[in-house]
Structure formats: C-alpha cells, structure tokens
Design a protein. Structure first.
Length: 405
C-alpha cells in the first residue's frame, strides 16, 4: 500500500490546464448508483439466476458483492448466459437509478466544463439505460456530448481501454487532450492504456492510496475540488460578446433614456423599482415605458445573451456544449425558427443591453453591450429553437416595420 508520503506529486492543475475534454465515470463521480445493501442483493440475485439455469459456479464466484465482477466472470464460466445476466443486471441498475443519490460536487464539475468550453462524456461499466434513467430524472442528459455505457461483451469493459477510446472518438479529441475522472482501479487502468491522464476520485478512506498505487496522475477527495481547478483553467476567449444576468431579466434601454432606468431600487418597501417591473413581463420579451422612451425586456430565462447587428437578432444561450457550438448552430437555428409575434418596440435609436437589476447610469460597474439600432418601431418576434439535441436557444428578432421585411 502506498503511504501519504509516497503519493505522486499533485499534478491536478497541469492536467486540467491541458484538458480540452473531460471523461467521467458514472457510479461514484456522478452518483452513488447502489446503496450499501443494494449491490450485495443484486449480486445474490444474479447468482440465483445463473444457478437456476443449471450452472455450477466455482467457489470463487459463490460469494462477493460486486455484480459487475459476476458479469465479467460469466463470460468464462457460462458464456451462453451473458445476454441473460446482462439484461438482469441492466434492469436492476435502471431500478437503482430512480433513487441514486447525486455525488456532491458532480454538477459543479459539469458547470465548470460548460463554462470553459470543455465537452463531457460519461464512460461507465454500467448500462447506458441506467445512465439515461438517472440523467433523465432532471433533464441532465443535454450536458453530456457522449454517454458510453456497458458493452455486451464483458471483455470490453474497463480496464479494457475500448470505452475510453470510444469516448475520445465521439468527442473528436486525441488522448493527450483529455482527462478521465474515476473512482476505481479499472478506471485508472483503462485511462492509462488509452493514453489519457487520469484523476482518481477517492471517496472512501484508503482509496487514495490504492488509486495512486494503480497509477493515478492526481487524486481528489471531493468532486468540488476537481470542478474548481477546471473552472480556473483554460477559460476560452469568447467569440461573441455575452451579457450575463444575476438571475433576473435583461433589458435593452435606449441610450437617451439610460438615466431613467433605476434598476433594483429599494426606495419603496413594496417594489424593487424598474427591476420589479421587468420581472413582471410575461413571455419571452416585452416592453416597458422608461422616461419618454421604451425599454425592451428579455424575460423568461436569465440566459447569457448576445446581439447580432447584421440580423437584428438577440441570441440567448439556454444550454449548449460550448460557445463554439452556439456560434456554429445559430444559422441553423434562425433557419428553422418558428417565429411568434411579441408586440412592437419603439426606440429613439441605439441602446444598451444589461442586467435589469442595475441602473442605466451605472453601466461602468457591470457588463453591457451596445445595440446599434436606427430610430423606429420594430416588430418583436421570438422563437425557442433546438438546432440539435444538445443545444437550445431563445431568439428575439427585431423586424423594422418601415422596411419590406
């Protein structure tokens, strides 16, 4: 056993800096699929199934609490039962996925990857059906560019590098540009065989030493730590200027009326001022009077938003693998958009896009974006668009009513 003093140097920051994509095991780093009593019970059920088919199990398989080890062994002991045992195991996994507890920090890691433009893949020895059942509980499948589940061939499970290689191919990244986060020796072995850096997730006492001895390049005991180091490294340079919200609507206020937008004022006990008015806008977009002018409110979702002046379209990033994917898919989104009218907006000219909680005359303290528009009245059209299964955008199109559009 490797002692604390014998662990490899902490290379976590270096690994994260080089990682352009993140592969992560499912049971452990993402969730706890089986409780302490479930795995032994499932293993016992599988043994009963096998024995009931007339197979005499060798002594070393008559005990044990790991259903996956039994699945691997059956390929040697009774290969004709691989399909039957695999189906029974998958059914038990799907049932367990319905109540599996999410690992603390797991979706901090997901958020860090999304924020830094790193595609994610799950690489697991558990069934794809079980992974899908878990992710489907809270619509989380969209965060993962690939899900590699258990092969029908037990010899292709990790520690075989095949699932890792399959994930790399799906993400289109070379081995040296990826990192795998896993909590088992089989994860470490598969990553090393595939030429991928590996971070061991030591979620139990003594596991850090075992993972280090197996060849893990770095160790974390909390998935939040992995998320933190990813968030601090390789932040991509944005291709477009984005304005973020602190949680409420964004607003587009004409430059001439900026001084009249008071943001989240606390002068009135019953209202948060203009911010409160913006929050009351129904639908995806609407207008409010501000001074002698009108402000356009981008409501419904506190989504990062940019503006395409050549098309007079606000693009609101609801979810996507990366900004590059958003940029790539915007033309497709515009092409397939099912536009709905949302009224009209009359503006005195150029405006500023910013978080509605801020005052219009204090924009030096927050991110904002100039919206270059001519004076006039514009038809507001909105569309919720999913140009692919991993991307959703809200589009707000301004159509000049004085033109032939």
């Amino acid at each position: 056993m490797t002692s604390e003093a014998e662990r490899p140097p902490d290379r976590l920051a270096d690994i994260a800096e080089r990682a352009e994509a993140v592969l992560v095991d499912f049971d452990g780093p993402i969730c706890r699929l089986f409780g302490s009593k479930a795995a032994p019970r499932i293993a016992a059920d599988l043994r009963q199934l096998i024995v009931g088919r007339g197979v005499v199990l060798p002594d070393e398989l008559r005990d044990g609490n790991d259903p996956l080890e039994l699945f691997r062994a059956i390929a040697v002991v009774a290969p004709e039962l691989v399909g039957v045992v695999g189906a029974a195991l998958a059914a038990a996994e799907v049932e367990a996925a319905a109540s599996a507890e999410t690992t603390i920090g797991a979706f901090d890691l997901v958020a860090a990857c999304l924020a830094t433009g790193r595609p994610l893949a799950i690489v697991s020895n558990n069934s794809a059906a079980a992974i899908g059942a878990y992710l489907g509980r809270r619509d989380r499948a969209r965060y993962f560019a690939a899900v590699i589940g258990r092969s029908e061939h037990p010899d292709l499970l990790k520690p075989n590098p095949a699932p890792v290689v399959q994930a790399l191919q799906a993400l289109k990244v070379p081995p040296g540009a990826a990192v795998l986060v896993g909590d088992s020796i089989t994860d470490i072995a598969a990553a090393r065989a595939a030429g991928v850096a590996c971070v061991g997730y030591a979620n139990r006492p003594g596991k850090a030493e075992r993972l280090a001895a197996a060849g893990a390049d770095a160790i974390v005991t909390d998935m939040t730590d992995m998320a933190g180091v990813l968030a601090r490294t390789r932040r991509p340079v944005s291709q477009l200027p984005w304005v973020d919200s602190g949680g409420g609507p964004l607003v587009v206020v004409p430059t001439t009326a900026l001084g009249d937008w008071k943001g989240a004022s606390d002068d009135d006990d019953d209202s948060w001022g203009d911010y409160d008015r913006a929050c009351e806008v129904d639908g995806y977009a609407g207008v409010l009077d501000v001074g002698a002018d009108q402000a356009l409110v981008l409501a419904d979702e506190p989504a990062s938003t940019t503006y395409l002046p050549d098309q007079r379209i606000f693009v609101r990033w609801l979810y996507a693998v990366s900004e590059a994917e958003v940029v790539r898919l915007v033309p497709r989104a515009v092409e397939i958009a099912g536009w709905e009218d949302a009224g009209t907006w009359t503006t005195s000219g150029p405006a500023e896009l910013f978080d509605s909680g801020y005052t219009g005359d204090g924009l030096e303290h927050t991110t904002h974006l100039t919206v270059d528009l001519a004076r006039g009245t514009y038809l507001i059209r909105t569309a919720f668009v999913q140009p692919d299964k991993r991307t959703a955008l809200m589009l707000v199109h301004l159509v000049d009513r004085t033109t032939s559009e």
